[in-house]
Design a protein around this ligand. Structure first.
Ligand code: ADP
Ligand code: MG
Length: 679
């Protein structure tokens, strides 16, 4: 398999070149061959009359006037001459190629590639060849390169790799599939992509490689989804059903139908033969935490440890507190492990975890650090999953213990994104709010109406309620975010001199954050001014008012998350968006926010308004990095591949027939399925 052949096997690839290739994520010959051109230069000689203004074109003609050369600056020069192209006399300009003056004579045949200016009747050339075009390739592939690598070298390596390894290779996609989708053979597709001859072939070749990439991806997802319990984790957890039912009965509220359903789904996973790998979707406030608690309770009572991972320290503290309370009567030991837990305390927690004296640990990313060892970790839950990258997800899974995993997210995910980013998971959805919830009433105000906004806030405070005031978000500058919060805090203190006002932002130490949060929770403060650090998960039901400054700066998903901090009890809650939204898109966003409280609806808008890259936030898109496929453009192929992959692994022919042998071997070689049949 070409994955096992290092690029250094290719003639001409030395250590230095290998390093540059590695920067492009190219390590094996297979990687190289899958590094497809990102565009093609069209070098076909065409008639000038075909060219559009500003288009890049290759034409053939004769030099008509002696080239004249002008220097400007020290190294810059401009060479120009007239040329006859298809009976037209045009001007040719070449920058910084003074040597051409000596090479070109009147009457010479030249092939010119460059940008055509229709109005000046001139070409600014990027390439001049004396004589007729020699290249027999009308399209030249252009590859992305790094370091000292050149595109020319890349082309050379491709040729060598192709001739040596691909030219005689067989296809691992069975003929029957290729035929039914009319896909070219792999060898043919590779050839067309790297050594193209016409557009039509390119299109077909691309279709083939897109399908291949997506099919392999979906097969991998199927394999990941189904990890058999093995070794000493070769147990399906024996759920103490009665205990769990008691626990649920003793809760202070009744579970919603949707909560009950997802609890069942989780229990079935826990007692099944495969590890649980499940995504739990539910809008903000739908009650995911208690579902997590029930799952953890079951696993702990069955004799295992549990871990709950969250994206912020504030959330970790909050969960630790509420789980402590929830489990108080059930002989379950809960520990907090964040960066605040240091020194001796930390050492103790780690030791207790290793010895199995702690049943449940709650923390931030610190949890996946290497020095954390468990006695017998049975279940890991990550809350607000969309805030974690795929990488972090894997680390956790690969921690050796291979626990059951439940990922919770409040960001409803449009379908195409879900099957690509979370295709390796089963999905449960809580699509029902606890009874008695009122929709958060949302209004949009302008800055000049701030007095009215503040008197609205005061009305709520008089009823004994509390309010959040979230400050403008300045992308890229935490410093300015903090300053904003300080300014707004000062302004509000003047306005509400009879009220207690808290201030929360990312520059506070964790201890400070904790005490600010506690003061708000214990109703010592009436208003909490904050940056977006309160965005996720915070649960203080007495807060019924959310004011968001410069709301136009936030994306819909984020506004929805922020709004989700209120409306968590039975009181009517309000969200006031302060925004001088000037652009149409911004106005549209404000309008949508006032009209719907449905997270799924909002997520579809968000995808439309901002595109998929932005969907999960810039940094950690959570989306796989495809080499040739594009999940938005190729969404149909993605669906087809998913169906095919699912069908394949459930068919005998996939596991037995000779037609699939190549594919099976290929998958085994990249560590998928590991020679084991899934069922
Ligand atoms: P989220 O899904 O956003 O994480 P939470 O789990 O924080 O939501 O729940 C929001 C609030 O709803 C909490 O105060 C929780 O106690 C309460 N809650 C959860 N389930 C129910 C229910 N079935 N009936 C009433 N209240 C519930
Ligand atoms: Mg939550």
């Amino acid at each position: 398999m070409l994955d096992a052949i290092p690029v250094t096997e290719i003639k001409g690839v030395g250590q230095e070149t290998a390093k540059d290739l590695a920067d492009l994520n190219i390590h094996s010959v297979e990687d190289l061959l899958l590094h497809f051109p990102y565009r093609y230069d069209d070098n076909q000689v065409r008639p000038l009359t075909d060219a559009r203004h500003e288009e890049k074109i290759t034409v053939e003609g004769k030099v008509h006037s002696e080239p004249s050369l002008r220097y400007f600056g020290k190294k810059k020069s401009r060479l120009s001459f007239r040329a006859f192209i298809d009976e037209w006399l045009i001007q040719v300009v070449a920058f910084n190629r003074p040597y051409l003056k000596k090479q070109l004579d009147v009457g010479d045949v030249v092939t010119l590639t460059g940008k055509w200016d229709q109005y000046k009747a001139s070409i600014t050339v990027s390439d001049i060849i004396k004589g007729r075009q020699k290249s027999d390739r009308p399209f030249e592939p252009v590859y992305s390169v790094k370091g000292k690598l050149s595109v020319k070298q890349m082309r050379m390596f491709m040729t060598r790799a192709f001739d040596k390894w691909v030219a005689t290779s067989t296809d691992f996609i069975p003929e029957s599939i290729r035929e039914s989708y009319k896909l070219p053979e792999r060898r043919q597709a590779m050839q067309w992509l790297h050594f193209p001859d016409d557009q039509h072939h390119l299109k077909h070749a691309r279709r083939r490689m897109v399908y291949e990439e997506l099919l392999l991806f979906q097969l991998k997802m199927q394999a990941l989804k189904k990890v058999k319990r093995t070794g000493d984790m070769n147990r399906s957890i024996t759920i103490p059903g009665d205990d769990v039912r008691h626990f649920i009965r003793d809760l202070s509220f009744e579970l919603t139908g949707a909560q009950n359903r997802v609890v069942q789904e989780i229990m079935r996973d826990l007692s099944g033969h495969y590890h649980m790998n499940r995504l739990l979707q539910g809008d903000v406030g739908s009650g995911k935490t208690i579902v997590a608690a029930i799952a953890l309770y079951a696993v702990i009572k069955a004799g295992y440890q549990g871990a709950l991972m969250v994206p912020t320290e504030i959330l970790a503290e909050q969960h630790a507190e509420s789980f402590d309370e929830l489990f108080a009567d059930y002989d379950i030991t809960v520990a907090l492990l964040t960066s605040t837990v240091k020194g001796k305390r930390r050492a103790t927690v780690l030791q207790q975890l290793q010895q199995g004296n702690i049943d449940l640990v709650i923390g931030t990313h610190a949890l996946i650090q290497e020095d954390v060892d468990f006695h017998n970790l049975g279940l890991v839950i990550t809350d607000e999953q969309h805030r974690f990258g795929v990488g972090q997800r894997r680390v956790l899974r690969d921690k050796g213990e291979n626990p059951d995993v439940l990922y919770m997210t409040a960001t409803p995910i449009p379908r195409t994104l879900a099957i690509s980013a979370f295709g390796d998971m089963d999905v449960s959805t809580i699509d029902e709010m606890p009874e008695g919830r009122k929709k958060v009433k949302t209004y949009w105000a302008r800055h000049e109406q701030i007095e009215r906004v503040l008197s609205f806030v005061e009305d709520e405070l008089k009823q004994g309620r509390q309010a959040y005031v979230v400050c403008p978000l300045i992308e890229e500058s935490e410093q300015l975010d903090v300053q904003n919060a300080i300014d707004v805090h000062a302004m509000l203190q003047q306005h509400f001199h009879h009220r207690q006002i808290g201030l929360m932002h990312g520059r506070l130490t964790n201890e400070e954050k904790e005490s600010v949060m506690d003061a708000f929770k214990d109703k010592h403060t009436d208003i909490l001014v904050s940056t977006t650090v309160v965005e996720v998960g915070v649960n203080i039901p007495n807060a019924t008012m959310m004011v968001i400054y410069d709301a136009q700066r936030f994306g819909l998903a984020q506004l929805h998350q922020l709004r989700g901090r209120v409306g968590r009890g039975s009181e009517q809650s309000y969200c006031l968006l302060i925004a001088d939204a000037k652009s149409e898109v911004a106005q549209e966003r404000m309008r949508i926010m006032t009209e719907t409280t449905d997270g799924f609806e909002l997520s579809e808008y968000d995808l439309k308004l901002r595109g998929p890259g932005d969907f999960f936030g810039q940094k950690q898109s959570g989306l796989p990095d495809f080499k040739i496929a594009d999940i938005v453009h190729d969404h149909k192929a993605l669906e087809v591949a998913r169906k095919d992959a699912e069908q394949m692994i459930h068919s005998d022919s996939f596991w037995q027939d000779k037609a699939y042998q190549g594919l099976r071997e290929y998958l085994n070689s990249i560590g998928v399925f590991d020679h084991q049949r899934l069922d």
